[in-house]
Ligand binder design. Sequence first.
Ligand code: GLY
Length: 360
Amino acid sequence: MESRISRRGLLRASAAGLAAGAVPGLVARAAASESGAASAQANAGAVAVASANGIEAVRIAVELATDKKMRPVSAAVRGVAVVEADPNDMSVGYGGLPNELGVVQLDSSCMDGPTHNAGSVASIEDIMHPAQVAELVMDQTDHVNLVGPGARQFAIDHGFPVEDLLTDRARKVWLKWRSTRTGDDRLWPLNDTNPVDPVLQGEARPWGTIHCSVLAPNGDLGCCTTTSGLAFKIPGRIGDSPLVGCGMYCDNEVGSAGATGRGEAAILSGGSWLIVERMRNGDTPTEACLYALRRVAAQAERGSRWQPALWKDGRPNFGLTFYAVRKDGLYGSANMRGGGRFAVCDSKGPRREACAALYE
Ligand code: GLY
């Protein structure tokens, strides 16, 4: 028989786990889990966590989950819609950077805790809100994943408008990338010494993305991740965002998690699924995120035998951030290289907090 884990039970398990050193050898900072612990015990309402670009998304998600009693997955999907429609966010939806042919291809998925159902669309073109299409795949079909032209047609059939998602700004960045490209860089997508646009802050091939996980006041969970994916990707490349267990995952008994950053690393580690399973066994969200990052780092070191660029100065040569919220309201986030922030909203309102870091 499956056992239910109550909010209180999870807090007890976490405290016991911490006392017993549940994550041996963990050397990274865990500031976010400590601040989360304080707020979780004072907070019985909705909680939403997201990537730093989701400060408005978490506010909307908490409002919808609280005032409208919207299920958390729908609150997350509605929350990220503002970023999908924002031309200034070059990593998500409208305004996102295109693939190597100059075509914007979007990936998204969402998951509903109470039904343990999920939907996703990958490599979809001309549709501004792929997260809403993913939600329809989840609700209106018995499928989980739709890809490319099939996903686009499904969206059109359900009334989504066909829109040109390539903004002038994104097109100019793509043209500049194309004009400075030297040879085939498909095996080296990590070169961050060749800035193509000031807004990209020196990162030539950003992964961007928004993830949002939501805990409703009644304890239900849901989540969503949506992105334009790796800039200048090979057409048809699918990242972690539309893959259940990689770019997002939730289990209504335990918690919810998601990822932004190098999608290939989140895929190869099954990162979001791993975080939820670690929380099931008593990790705090921050501990679980750090554990997954440690696994990613070990995998990257092995991977560097094939692709040396994955590993530099004794650490992974890429960014990856995980986010998690547990059924008891505890939340946290951790990233690979330090210095990052994440968005959170609870009864104290929307704000950004520091991510824990595996490497400073
Ligand atoms: N994490 C987004 C991507 O890799 O596409």
